[in-house]
Design a protein around this ligand. Structure first.
Ligand SMILES: C[S@@+](CC[C@H](N)C(=O)[O-])C[C@H]1O[C@@H](n2cnc3c(N)ncnc32)[C@H](O)[C@@H]1O
Length: 357
């Protein structure tokens, strides 16, 4: 099998430029939190010949293939594979007695390998058991969620993570299906959504697309893990170090944007005549907002159509109050949306990492 042909890395040149310009010194450390098939990671090591890369992935199969690719590329001696979820970031470094790193990279979501493996149930276009786990050693699957979660929780997941207009009727139909033996295959879920969503209100493509996306995010705790990893990464950046993230879903991008914005602005009232040194921004914006794929890349790699690439550089040590806040945030999950007045939406219940279901 040609590993290099399975997954096409998105915005590769931009990612290499952004990551490797912080990793030129001898002994530099790059952490790729989403190693996948090491498309980005091998390019980082090629362009940063003095650096070592720690490659984290929760998918053991991807990790095995990436390790083989690193070996084939002659990068074996500068590569450390780690089977973990990326929200174990601080532990992964602590176990290796590493405090600061030069670059942290995240390319969120699924690799083409995972999408193409029909038996893992990620794809709505193939009939397969409702699994959707990136890490097959975890117990929660799409099937357990559909057959066990209360109706209100299902509705919220479909609405929030899938932005599904018919989240209420779909959640109700899922719960009703339990009386008839429950849902076990993607074909059954497709058929249910097809029945519930009126033909006149369907978005382009498969009507169940949004429900599948929402389930995948919930099965893998994707937003919780992202929200608790970003502060860990920032706390472990050396000054001059960079955090570079590629998101493919609007909620992921909002989470990244909001996190980065904290360090990019002056942390003092607007009418203060002189900005105290401690209130100066501690992040520098290295992508000037979000970088998107151009038409050429989208045509050759449709997965790149929704990408938003954002990056920051740590320009001075993180001020104490922010470091304390980040230390707390690394134990919290994804913060639910607020209402129009900035208040937490009372319909949502609070979730912390420790209390996560
Ligand atoms: C889009 S792919 C990365 C592709 C990679 N950049 C390449 O060029 O080959 C995302 C990878 O991140 C992994 N992943 C997603 N969420 C993760 C998490 N919370 N912890 C660790 N790995 C995760 C997935 O298993 C998948 O292999």
């Amino acid at each position: 099998m040609d590993i290099t042909a399975i997954h096409q890395p998105v915005l590769l040149e931009d990612c290499v430029r952004l990551v490797t310009s912080a990793a030129g010194r001898p002994g530099a450390i790059i952490v790729d939190c989403t190693l996948g098939l090491a498309g980005h990671a091998t390019a980082f090591l090629h362009n940063a010949p003095e650096a070592t890369l720690i490659g984290i992935d929760r998918d053991e199969e991807a990790l095995g293939l990436a390790t083989r690719r690193m070996k084939d590329g002659g990068f074996e001696g500068r590569f450390i594979p780690v089977h973990a979820a990326f929200d174990e970031f601080a532990d992964v470094l602590a176990e290796r007695h590493i405090d600061k790193v030069d670059a942290v990279f995240m390319d969120l979501g699924l690799s083409s390998l995972q999408i193409d493996e029909t038996e893992r149930g990620f794809s709505y276009s193939h009939d397969a058991p409702l699994d959707m786990r990136m890490d097959v050693t975890q117990t929660r699957t799409a099937e357990t969620i559909l057959n066990e979660y209360p109706v209100e929780r299902l509705r919220r997941i479909f609405r929030e993570y899938g932005e599904e207009r018919f989240s209420g009727p779909i959640a109700k139909a899922v719960v009703e299906a339990r009386d008839r033996g429950g849902l076990h295959t993607s074909a059954q879920l497709n058929e249910l959504v097809d029945r519930v969503v009126p033909k006149s209100h369907r978005p382009a493509g498969n009507p169940a697309k949004r429900v599948f996306q929402a389930l995948r995010i919930e099965v893998n705790g994707e937003l919780d893990k992202l929200a608790s990893t970003l502060p860990q990464a920032a706390l472990h950046l050396a000054v001059g170090g960079r955090l570079v993230v590629e998101s493919y879903h609007s909620l992921e991008d909002k989470t990244v944007k909001r996190f980065m914005a904290n360090g990019l602005k002056i942390d003092a009232p607007a009418d203060m005549p002189v900005v105290p040194p401690d209130a100066r921004p501690f992040f520098g914006d290295i992508t000037h907002g979000a970088i998107k794929a151009d038409e050429g890349e989208i045509a050759s790699n449709p997965r790149s159509a929704s990408v938003r690439l954002r990056g920051i550089e740590l320009v001075r040590p993180i001020p104490e109050r922010w470091a304390e806040r980040y230390a707390r945030q690394q134990h919290e999950g994804y913060a639910e949306p607020t209402d129009a007045n900035g208040r937490r939406d009372a319909r949502h219940t609070s979730r912390t990492r420790r209390g996560r279901r």
